[in-house]
Design a protein around this ligand. Structure first.
Ligand code: ZN
Length: 254
């Protein structure tokens, strides 16, 4: 059985997961908009124990951009990623999700892929680093299939993992009907699916997740992606609809 769950608030994440029928969970270790090292969690031992039956994923802060040519962002981004990876390992997490990032207008995208490569050359991480595809931006490292191909040429040999967000793929204009096959041909792996609906039309470049009950992206396509990937799935949707979203995926996989 593929573990299915939701992104939840970071206080008592296992109880929140149990309440919505999940056996996987994702949460932040700090305010995702902040540049903050994670605090030591007093529930660390409890989370490690819960990891026997619940797949635990940590989402890194949104500020992190290890691709950028701007040293004042890239250097602290690497540090923050490292700190969050150590803290994720301390609670027995199965992976740390980080966005692919981007280079600035006028920058050579090749520099961004090279910066990703340098990250893994400099450091090995105590948990798998799962790079997530993004919804928009002209200079993104993990939006188009062409970019993801270049990114994987840079980081694939280091064991980098892939997190496929269905809302982001839909926004980026990647048809969900064949996105699993297309990505597997490039990366050979999908480690996690962010199984989100979308408030927007295909190719919108907008990153607005939706519960399946309100999604313009057909939930059946999202379920097919989860099924095809064989990976755990996390819904990053409004808490009120998460139990239903999880139930839709489970029903589709049954
Ligand atoms: Zn996501």
């Amino acid at each position: 059985m593929q573990p299915i769950g939701a992104h939840v608030a970071d206080d008592d994440p296992i109880a929140r997961t149990t309440a919505i029928g999940g056996d996987a969970v994702q949460f932040f270790l700090t305010d995702p908009q902040a540049w903050l090292a994670p605090p030591v969690r007093d529930d660390a031992a409890q989370l490690v124990a819960a990891g026997e039956s619940t797949r635990i994923f940590i989402h890194a802060p949104y500020r992190i951009n290890v691709a950028t040519t701007n040293n004042r962002i890239r250097v602290p981004s690497r540090k923050l990623l490292s700190q969050h990876a150590a803290a994720a390992a301390a609670i027995g997490a199965n992976g740390l999700i980080v966005h692919g990032g981007h280079v600035g207008d006028g920058d050579d995208a090749a520099k961004g892929f090279e910066n990703w490569r340098k990250l893994f050359e400099r450091e090995s991480f105590p948990v798998p680093i799962l790079i997530e595809n993004t919804a928009g931006g002209e200079n993104a490292m993990a939006r188009s299939l062409e970019a993801i191909k270049q990114l994987w040429d840079a980081v694939g040999e280091f064991g980098a993992g892939l997190c496929l967000d269905t809302c982001h793929a839909h926004a980026a204009g990647l048809p969900l009907e064949n996105v699993v096959d297309e990505l597997m041909a490039i990366t050979g792996r999908i480690d996690l699916v962010h199984a989100n609906g979308s408030r927007d039309e295909f190719g919108s470049a907008r990153d607005r997740h939706a519960n399946f009950s309100e999604s313009l992206l057909d939930p059946a396509l999202v379920v097919a992606v989860v099924k095809g990937s064989g990976a755990p799935a996390i819904v990053e949707t409004h808490p009120d609809g998460q139990a239903d979203d999880i139930a839709v995926i489970r029903a589709g996989l049954a």
